[in-house]
Write a protein that binds this ligand. Structure first.
Ligand code: SAH
Length: 357
């Protein structure tokens, strides 16, 4: 509770009263001065967490190959906006562009769009993508991306969008809020408003909803429906909506208290893929999956790609490649917890979605 952001949030609560969990998340992650992403590059062994594109280039290469195929299935629209939401260090986009360069028609048709709020990470992305031969445009939100058909990817982006939590108390749902205790420490509490969400549950149960995530899924779906293209959403989360609190803070590769040190720990929630899928489907798009990251990467050639990469390499490198395959697709690692959801126009089913052959 010693961060500058903690003082700022405390003052806000003293003046306005307790804030929703969503507002708390938005402050912690997005505050332009002290927010988590605004102030650092959190990735890698020395940072707080490691994402799939940072584990191995194989991840981005397979995502790139999927996007090339999805573009073909969409009728090879030209021009097309290649969009990434929350590109981190720019590693995934760099790997995708290397694959796209082998498809001259697509390479000539695409323009690069990065949706990123953090100035630190925008600078990092610019340096990663320098020399790739594309001009990149940065946007503060998806709605700002210029019109036209879309090839969109979002890896570990939706988990950073603010969620609201509701607690079942006395047969009603009440919003969970962040307030102050007698000593001025941030604590969870219950909002005064009784919000009826319909669903029944046991006393004390917690329900999470992500209005921002659902709205964004609907926007992406609407855009694809109107202008064509495809989207791939990858994140940790659950396939079927359910109850339970998944809000979590991670700092230096370990779980932390979400209310301690606001702005200095990553704050995320597991993604409710059922809700995203329902939202995109309601907008009229075709929704594929979610399937697990392992079910996505392995049929698309992860093991074969690893074999080719390791073929001419020394034993140490080969072992590192084997470990990366396990990390990305192994059921105990990212292979099962991470899910992949695709959105297209109705009438196309890009592999490996759809019936198994
Ligand atoms: N996709 C990357 C990084 C994931 S971390 C990877 O896989 O390595 C989340 C990314 O989303 C960061 O780049 C962060 O700055 C960005 N981000 C988080 N919330 C955002 C928001 N509301 N709008 C735009 N970018 C956001």
């Amino acid at each position: 509770m010693s961060t500058q952001l903690a003082d700022q949030i405390r003052r806000l609560i003293e003046v306005d009263g307790p804030i929703s969990v969503a507002a708390y998340m938005a402050h912690c992650l997005g505050d332009p001065q002290h927010g988590y992403y605004a102030t650092r590059d959190p990735f890698g062994p020395a940072g707080d967490f490691v994402t799939a594109p940072e584990v191995s280039q194989m991840f981005g290469e397979i995502v790139g190959a999927w996007l090339v195929h999805a573009w073909d299935l969409a009728g090879a629209p030209s021009p097309v906006c290649l969009v990434e939401l929350g590109p981190g260090r720019g590693t995934l986009m760099a790997d995708i562009l290397r694959v796209a360069a082998r498809h001259p028609d697509l390479a000539a048709a695409l323009s690069v769009h990065l949706v990123e709020t953090s100035p630190v990470l925008r600078a990092k992305q610019a340096s990663t993508l320098a020399g790739q031969g594309y001009r990149a445009d940065w946007h503060g939100c998806f709605a700002e991306v210029s019109a036209g058909p879309l090839l969109l990817v979002a890896n570990e982006f939706f988990d950073a969008l603010p969620i609201r939590q509701f607690v079942r108390v006395g047969g009603r749902w009440r919003e969970r809020v962040v307030g102050l205790d007698g000593a001025g420490r941030l604590v969870f509490g219950l909002g005064p408003g009784l919000v009826d969400h319909g669903a029944d549950a046991e006393e004390g149960a917690i329900m999470e909803v992500s209005p921002a995530g659902e709205a964004l899924a609907a926007d992406i779906a609407g855009r694809i429906l109107a202008e064509g293209g495809a989207a791939l959403i990858i994140d940790y989360g659950y396939t079927r909506g359910g109850l339970g609190a998944t809000l979590q803070a991670v700092r230096s590769h370990a779980f932390a208290d979400p209310l301690a040190d606001p702005g200095d720990a990553d704050l995320t929630a597991h993604v409710d893929f059922a809700a995203l899928a329902a939202s995109a489907a309601k907008a009229g798009a075709a929704v594929h999956g979610p399937i697990t990251q392992g079910e996505f990467l392995v049929p698309l050639g992860l093991v074969e790609r690893a074999g080719r990469l390791g073929g001419a390499a020394d034993e140490v490198t080969r072992e590192a490649i084997r470990a990366a395959v396990e990390r990305l697709a192994g059921p105990e690692q990212m292979g099962k917890l991470f899910k992949v959801l695709a959105i297209t126009r109705p009438g196309v089913t890009p592999p490996p979605f759809g019936p198994k052959i």
